[in-house]
Design a protein around this ligand. Structure first.
Ligand SMILES: [Cu+2]
Length: 124
């Protein structure tokens, strides 16, 4: 599972500008050592549709993607799914994500934002 947010190392000389300028946005940065700081950021593996295939390669997908499960994936994420029309609030988000299952089995899933929201798909 990908964490919703995660720590990333950035050069301590990196300047961050909130967008839009003047908005009440500020990155969470913790001072570090050796010219590096730690930035806590939204994780693209939780935000964008992606599949990590058995070889470990990441297959990124466009919003509103259709994905066919081979059954060998290590990780599949729909990315943010929001009601239609809310894509301006979260650019690049989706309002649909379609999965085609090829093999019978029970497939568990969860919401990364609210990990207590779980479900399963039973394919017979
Ligand atoms: Cu949720």
């Amino acid at each position: 599972m990908a964490q919703f947010v995660g720590p990333f190392g950035v050069s301590s000389s990196t300047q961050f500008m909130p967008l839009p300028p003047g908005s009440n946005n500020q990155p969470l940065i913790m001072p570090g050592k050796n010219g590096m700081n730690t930035l806590i950021s939204l994780n693209a593996r939780a935000y964008n549709p992606v599949a990590i295939v058995s070889a470990g390669n990441a297959k990124t997908m466009n919003p509103n993607a259709n994905y066919t499960l081979s059954g060998t994936e290590k990780y599949v994420n729909s990315g943010f799914i929001l009601p239609k029309g809310h894509d301006k609030d979260f650019p690049g988000s989706s309002d649909t994500f379609t999965v085609t299952f090829q093999k019978a089995g029970t497939y568990h899933y969860l919401c990364i934002v609210h990990p207590w929201m779980v479900g399963k798909v039973i394919v017979k």
